[in-house]
Design a protein around this ligand. Structure first.
Ligand SMILES: NC(=O)c1ccc[n+]([C@@H]2O[C@H](COP(=O)([O-])OP(=O)(O)OC[C@H]3O[C@@H](n4cnc5c(N)ncnc54)[C@H](O)[C@@H]3O)[C@@H](O)[C@H]2O)c1
Length: 281
C-alpha cells in the first residue's frame, strides 16, 4: 500500500521555508513576463551548478521557480539569491514519498505547476571493471529514477496547465563524447534520453512536451570531484569548437526555450548545448 507523504519534518521530507508562500514574480523585462506570465517551474538539483543557472534564467524570464535540492542549505541559499519568485524546497528525490511531498508542497506554495526540469543527477567515476554494483545503482537511481519519479508526480498538474513542459538534463557522454571512466554515468544518461522519448509519446495527448537538453562541459562545483579539475577544464575547452567550457546560464537559456509556450510543437528532442564538441565519435 502506498504510504502517504509524511507531514512532519524528516531529512527526506519536502519542506518549504517559512514565509516562502506564493509571491509575485519580478522577472526582468516586461516582454519576458508577458510571455511566461505566472507560470511555475520546478527545477531539481537547483541548489548549485547547472540547476541553479537554470533556475536563475527562468526567474529572469518571469517564471516562479521551486528550487528543489536534497541539501536544504543549498536550496535556501539559491532561492534567497534569486528573490521572491523563487521558493526553496528540500527533498531527496530518490525517495518516492519525498517526491510526492515535494509535489504537494509546490502546489500548496505556488498554486500551479507548468514546467519540470529534471536536472538532479549522480556521477561515479569508473570503468567497466572498476564500477561496483553499488556505484551502478547509485548512478542509475540518481539520474533515471529521480527523473521518472518527478515526471510521474508532475504529469497530473502539468496536464492541468494545458502547456506542460518537461525538460530532462542529459550529457554529451551519451552521444559519443569522450567518456572514459564513466561507464555507469554514460549508460544512465543514454537512459535519460530514451526516457525522454518514451514520455514525450505517452504525455503528448495531455498537452505536455518532453525534451532533453544535453550539456557539454559546464563549469560547476561538480568538477572539483575529478582528479586535476584544472587540467580537465583545459582539456575540455580544447575539444570545444568555441574554445571554452560553458556556463550554467547557457544551459538555462536552452531550457527556457523548451519550457516556453512557443515550443509547444517540439517534443521528444534532444538539444545539444556543448560549444561544438569535436571529440564525439
Ligand atoms: N557540469 C557538467 O559539465 C555537466 C555536463 C553534462 C551534464 N551535466 C548534468 O547536469 C546536471 C547538473 O550537474 P552539475 O554539474 O550542476 O551537478 P552538481 O553536483 O554541481 O549539482 C547537483 C545538485 O543536485 C542535487 N541533487 C543531486 N541528487 C539529488 C537528489 N536525489 N535529490 C535532490 N537533489 C539532488 C545536489 O545536492 C546538487 O546541489 C546533472 O544531471 C549532470 O549529470 C553536467
Amino acid at each position: 500500500m502506498a504510504r502517504r507523504p509524511r507531514t512532519s519534518w524528516t531529512t527526506s521530507r519536502a519542506t518549504p521555508w517559512p514565509g516562502s508562500r506564493e509571491r509575485p514574480s519580478r522577472g526582468r523585462g516586461a516582454e519576458a513576463v508577458t510571455a511566461q506570465g505566472r507560470r511555475v517551474a520546478v527545477v531539481t538539483g537547483a541548489g548549485q551548478g547547472i540547476g541553479r543557472g537554470i533556475a536563475a534564467t527562468l526567474v529572469a524570464r518571469g517564471l516562479r521557480v521551486a528550487v528543489v535540492d536534497r541539501h536544504p542549505d543549498r536550496a535556501q541559499a539559491t532561492a534567497a539569491a534569486l528573490g521572491p519568485a523563487a521558493v526553496p524546497v528540500a527533498a531527496d528525490l530518490l525517495d518516492e514519498h519525498a517526491v510526492a511531498a515535494m509535489a504537494a508542497t509546490v502546489l500548496e506554495a505556488l498554486g500551479r505547476w507548468d514546467v519540470l526540469v529534471n536536472n538532479a543527477g549522480a556521477l561515479r567515476l569508473g570503468s567497466i571493471g572498476a564500477t561496483t554494483v553499488a556505484d551502478w545503482d547509485a548512478v542509475f537511481d540518481g539520474c533515471v529514477k529521480t527523473a521518472w519519479l518527478c515526471t510521474r508526480a508532475a504529469a497530473g498538474p502539468l496536464a492541468a496547465s494545458g502547456e506542460g513542459r518537461i525538460i530532462n538534463v542529459s550529457s554529451v557522454v551519451a552521444r559519443g563524447a569522450a567518456s572514459e571512466n564513466l561507464i555507469a554515468y554514460t549508460a544512465a544518461k543514454g537512459a535519460v534520453e530514451a526516457l525522454t522519448v518514451a514520455c514525450a509519446r505517452e504525455l503528448g495527448a495531455s498537452g505536455i512536451t518532453v525534451n532533453a537538453v544535453c550539456p557539454g562541459s559546464i563549469e560547476t562545483p561538480a568538477w572539483d570531484r575529478f582528479p586535476d579539475p584544472d587540467g580537465l577544464r583545459r582539456a575540455r575547452a580544447a575539444v570545444a569548437a568555441v574554445g571554452r567550457i560553458g556556463r550554467p546560464e547557457e544551459i538555462g537559456a536552452a531550457v527556457a526555450y523548451l519550457a516556453s509556450p512557443e515550443a509547444g510543437f517540439v517534443t521528444g528532442q534532444v538539444l545539444v548545448v556543448d560549444g561544438g564538441r569535436t571529440d564525439k565519435l
